[in-house]
Ligand binder design. Structure first.
Ligand code: HEM
Length: 404
């Protein structure tokens, strides 16, 4: 079995191919992609927690040692924005910035979003239900998630559609085989996003408020301040990560429920809680399918196979989440699966998703609102996949409210 993340047939349904890979071996060296694919739950989990594996290597070695291409200078504006992203740095930089972000994402601050989330879900759904037919992503999930993350950060919502556009273009750089055209677009988006956040920083510096952006501007760590570059990267990663995966989880999840009407009906009848359903939906068709690490030290073994320093390890989350060793009957959607929350969807180790509690609140409140407000929901047409493997979602999920 070949792992071909750019093949439309593979993207349409990667799970049979991933199962073949997973059942034939826990780790495969993929010659074409020149990386090590890790397929089973226990091994992906172990890799995520292994401190000898890092999201970056530049703090311990050179590109030549790490079989990496130098960062392409044509996309410098993109790299500038990535430079201090939590997803691009390793300790000690990561520890310093993550501590500050965690201080803003307190359980209390996140929990205080539950009511506004429920109200917003109702308001957006009222409009959608009124129309009878709508795109679950464009008309509901995107405005829902971007509004909430903006609210939590203190970013005005008047540029929401720009933020969504910048973000969609930015994240194309995380795929395999990004084209030059996509890279140009991502670089231009990063430059515009950066200018926008720099303006916001100036505004908050002049007139501080009780919000996360002001918190980052005023933060003092280890006797120093965060630089403007560090703040830009942090705000951008929070805004991007703060809606892309949540929106796709809802699109993937509702589509899976429409294909498993019994499970939808059990949810609508209140036999399964929305909170439990969220975990199973993330397990079943995760919005983020692959994350990578560099091997930073000698002597690392993955699933008993030595993997030399400098190599790239690709962790296949969708495969791990369908591992029958952990989830019996893993290809079935079972909303009240007892151990669904053991999924790998939010990662693990030092880079574990900092937004998971917010994502859970968003998904739970929106799922509950949708089943209550539109229990007869149906797909208007079979949705079409975005042609990308890593960030897994649909272009649109057109639905009809039904039962009218
Ligand atoms: C269902 C929705 C979500 C999923 C499935 C998800 C998944 C993930 C995963 C797998 C990682 C770890 C990446 C790695 O180990 O390399 C991660 C990191 C991260 N997520 Fe999420 N995420 C979601 C929602 C959110 C939200 C709502 C936010 C914003 C508040 C957010 C912010 C972040 C940030 C900032 C990181 C980087 C953390 C670090 O490197 O220390 N995510 N997410």
């Amino acid at each position: 079995m070949q792992f071909v993340p750019s093949d439309p047939a593979f993207i349409a349904d990667p799970y049979p191919g991933l199962a073949e890979l997973r059942e034939s071996a826990p780790v495969h060296y993929d010659e074409r992609l020149d990386r090590w694919l890790v397929t089973r739950h226990a091994d992906v989990r172990a890799c995520l927690r292994d401190r000898r594996l890092g999201r970056n290597f530049r703090h311990v070695g050179t590109e030549a040692e790490f079989k990496a291409e130098p960062l392409d200078p044509r996309w410098q504006a993109f790299w500038d924005v990535e430079r201090w992203s939590l997803l691009f740095v390793e300790p000690p930089e990561h520890t310093r910035i993550r501590k500050l972000v965690a201080a803003a994402f307190t359980p209390r601050a996140v929990e205080s979003m539950r009511e506004p989330a429920a109200e917003l879900a109702q308001r957006l759904l009222d409009e959608c239900v009124e129309r009878g037919e709508f795109d679950l992503l464009y008309d509901f999930a995107q405005p829902f998630s971007i509004t909430l993350i903006c609210h939590l950060l203190g970013v005005p919502t008047d540029r929401s559609r720009d933020l969504l556009d910048w973000s969609h273009r930015h994240v194309k750089m995380y795929e395999f085989d990004t084209s030059d055209e996509q890279a140009v677009s991502a670089t231009n988006a990063a430059a515009e996003f950066r200018d926008y956040v720099l303006e916001l920083i100036e505004e908050r510096r002049a007139a501080p408020r009780d919000d996360v952006v002001t918190g980052l501007v005023e933060a003092r760590v280890d006797g120093g301040k965060l630089s403007d570059d560090e703040i830009v990267s942090t705000v951008v990663v929070l805004l991007n990560a703060g809606h892309e995966a949540t929106v796709n989880t809802l699109g993937n999840g509702i589509t899976a429920l429409m294909h498993n009407r019994n499970e939808w009906n059990r949810l609508a009848r209140g036999e399964v809680s929305a909170a439990a359903a969220v975990e199973e939906l993330i397990r079943f068709d995760p919005p983020l399918q692959l994350f990578e690490r560099w091997v930073l030290e000698d002597g690392v073994e993955v699933a008993g196979t030595p993997v030399p320093r400098g190599e790239v390890v690709s962790m296949l989350f969708g495969s791990a989440n369908r591992d029958p060793r952990v989830f019996p009957g893993a290809d079935e959607l079972v909303l009240d699966r007892p151990n669904a929350a053991e999924h790998i969807g939010f990662g693990g180790g030092i880079h574990v998703c900092i937004g998971a509690p917010l994502a859970r609140i968003e998904l739970e409140t929106s799922l509950r609102a949708i089943v209550e407000r539109a229990p007869e929901l149906e797909l208007a047409a079979e949705p079409e996949r975005v042609p990308a493997f890593v960030i897994r979602g649909y272009r649109a999920v057109d639905v009809v409210v039904g039962g009218r």
